[in-house]
Design a protein around this ligand. Structure first.
Ligand code: PMP
Length: 409
């Protein structure tokens, strides 16, 4: 199906002249299928987005997570506009700063305080520094392949990094408690912190939920060795449980990092923590030109209250489940077998026995060309604005996309 992307390519040509690589990071076209995907968007409404050529898509990336209530959610937009009229950026925080910290502390059973920043990377890096300040140790353990942001200790690509940047970071396999215990036992000076996402959601990989007992085992190990347990809930936070994904999976960390969905698309991240870490939190310098901006905090309060006041979290799970079961069934009708993975609100799909996810490329390209925006190699996101009609349309498009994949084999 010919898809009109002339404006996307014209803009990308212009971008290439003035931006190294045109578009960088996770939004690079290199991770998509050229010719089938737009690279620039013009607007969004609810569960739908429109690209610069005017093509409309059912949006299953939700801006890679931030859009949890849907684009331009009226309650959030009203709070944003009201705060914009008063101002955004001042010499000191507004009352919203205190109100939002109180709100997060009330929501989160283990947390006694909160701090705010802009990006997930900011709070993950700050959290490991707090773990070091609290314990007086240097080593951090993370899961191999897990993404915690762009900073040097964890950046996924080697450009510009030194060996020293990673010298104090140890990696273990996700879900392997025995390896984690061996790694901790092998460090005579001790471990400052263990940072994990609530489930494994690496790109180019099926998602993996925590094995029964895994997160509980991490908690026990951290308690036994006085290690700070950091939950990087940047990607999953507020889509699975309002009190954080730890609560969804039955574990309470010492620090939890949030970003993406906290303010329905406005730039804000947060770290919440236990009383025992308050002094260390105060010791680790943390600031930024826009960390206390008021508009994103107004958006966050509105977003979190709307999530609490509605069945948004249950709806995302229910629609995600329908989507996954529907995709499996649609694939079977073409003698294909797909694997759906991850929690239903943050699902992913790949083809069985398809190393490198090569079949996801023609599948997702065909979907994009027909107005359904899925990502071939990164987990997807539902929002509370998605509807049964969106899922129906997606499954009709998927049927066509599976037909194309089946014919190409
Ligand atoms: N941690 C996780 C689990 C993430 O998914 C991300 C962003 N994809 C980050 C940290 C970094 O967040 P940011 O891009 O806002 O710096």
């Amino acid at each position: 199906m010919p898809v009109q992307l002339a404006q996307t390519f014209a803009l990308f040509e212009r971008a290439l002249r003035v931006v190294p690589g045109g578009i960088y990071g996770h939004q690079t076209p290199a991770l998509l299928v050229p010719g089938s995907y737009p690279y620039f968007f013009a607007r969004g409404e609810g569960s739908h987005v429109w690209d610069v050529d005017g093509n409309e898509y059912v949006d299953y990336m939700c801006s890679y997570g931030p859009i949890v209530l849907g684009h331009r959610h009226p309650v959030v937009e009203e709070a944003v506009l009201a705060q914009m009229r008063r101002g955004n950026c001042f010499n000191a925080p507004t009352e919203l700063f205190v109100e939002l910290a109180e709100h997060l502390v009330d929501l989160t059973p283990f947390a006694d305080w909160a701090v705010f920043a802009k990006n997930g990377s900011d709070v993950c890096t700050w959290a490991i520094a707090v773990a070091r300040a609290a314990t007086g140790r240097t080593k951090i353990v993370k899961a191999a392949g897990a993404y915690h942001g762009t900073h040097a200790w964890c950046s996924p690509l080697p450009g510009g990094l030194t060996a020293e940047d990673r010298a104090n970071v140890l990696e273990v396999a996700w879900n392997d408690l025995a390896e984690l215990e061996r790694t901790v036992a092998g460090e005579p000076e001790g471990i400052a912190g263990i940072i994990l996402t609530p489930f494994r959601h690496d790109t180019f990989h099926d998602s993996e939920l925590p094995a029964p007992g895994y997160l509980e085992g991490v908690r026990r190990l951290c308690d036994a060795k006085q290690i700070v347990f950091i939950l990087d809930d940047v990607r999953a936070g507020f889509r699975l449980h309002l009190a954080g994904s730890g609560e969804h999976f039955g574990v309470r960390p010492d620090l939890a990092c949030y970003c993406k969905a906290i303010a329905n698309g406005y730039p804000l991240s947060a770290c919440v923590g236990r009383e025992a870490l308050r002094a260390a939190a105060q010791e680790v310098f943390f600031t930024g030109s826009f960390f206390t901006s008021a508009v994103p905090m107004a958006a966050a309060l509105a977003c979190l209250r709307e999530l609490a006041a509605t069945d948004a979290i249950a709806r995302m799970a229910a629609l995600g489940t329908r989507l996954c079961r529907g995709l499996e069934e649609a694939a079977r009708a073409h003698d294909l077998e797909v694997v759906t993975s991850g929690p239903p609100a943050i699902p992913f799909m790949s083809f069985r026995d398809d190393p490198g996810q090569s079949l996801n490329r023609p599948f997702c390209a065909a979907a994009a060309e027909r107005g359904v925006y899925l990502h071939p190699h990164h987990n997807w996101f539902l929002s509370a604005a998605h509807t049964d009609a969106d899922v129906d349309r997606t499954l009709a498009v998927a049927d066509e996309a599976f037909r194309i994949v089946a014919a190409s084999r």
